[in-house]
Design a protein around this ligand. Structure first.
Ligand SMILES: [Zn+2]
Length: 52
């Protein structure tokens, strides 16, 4: 399911944003590291695959 774009503020995480609720790496981002928007990053490959 499509959700508002978000990304991780953890520098160790890939520089991508997510917008699918079922994205596995996206759903593993803890709330404390979660920021809304794209962060100027490109979309996560996993989210691209989910959205088709
Ligand atoms: Zn994703």
């Amino acid at each position: 399911m499509k959700v508002a774009s978000f990304y991780s503020t953890n520098a160790d995480d890939p520089d991508v944003y997510h917008d699918e609720s079922t994205c596995s790496p996206g759903s593993q981002i803890p709330a404390s590291n979660k920021a809304y928007g794209t962060g100027g990053y490109r979309k996560c490959k996993n989210c691209v695959a989910i959205s088709g």
